[in-house]
Design a protein around this ligand. Structure first.
Ligand code: FES
Length: 147
């Protein structure tokens, strides 16, 4: 009985959320199960970017043979920025630096299934921070003969 009630409430919450807020189903599911949050010690790539809204996003990347094998985020921002950071970290996993260039704010929004217009800048902040973290990795890994 309690389980049925919980399922019913979860479905109701999902309906209200999807109708009123403009997020997609993947974003809703991630909200219930946030992933990839927390700092990585000694990352190979790292960036901290403050968006025009004043919120800050951090992205941590660890590479293994030029592919990302660990990624995470932190933010002091809203729930939406946490969602976007989570998708950015997830989308980074397994990618090479070249492939990572495709993980932009627009790609994050598409993966989330959309977001309300007023929250879309959160995805662009996550995408920009990810690209900055990639740059920090690239700068630190220039072969000695190319420096
Ligand atoms: Fe600025 Fe979410 S409101 S990142």
């Amino acid at each position: 009985m309690a389980k049925n009630m919980n399922n019913h409430l979860e479905n109701l919450q999902k309906d209200i959320f999807l109708k009123n807020d403009g997020y997609g189903v993947p974003a809703f599911d991630r909200m219930l199960n946030p992933l990839y949050r927390g700092a990585l010690a000694g990352p190979d790539g790292y960036a901290r970017v403050t968006g025009p809204c004043g919120d800050t996003m951090e992205i941590f990347l660890r590479f293994d043979h030029d592919r990302i094998n660990e990624a995470s985020f932190e933010t002091d921002g809203c729930g939406s920025s946490a969602l976007c950071g989570s998708f950015a970290a997830e989308m980074a996993l397994g990618k090479t630096p070249d492939e990572l260039l495709g993980v932009t704010g627009d790609a994050i929004l598409e993966k989330m299934g959309g977001a309300p217009e007023k929250e879309q800048h959160c995805a662009h902040l996550a995408g920009e921070t990810l690209q900055e973290a990639l740059s920090s990795y690239m700068i630190n890994n220039v072969p000695p003969n190319e420096k």
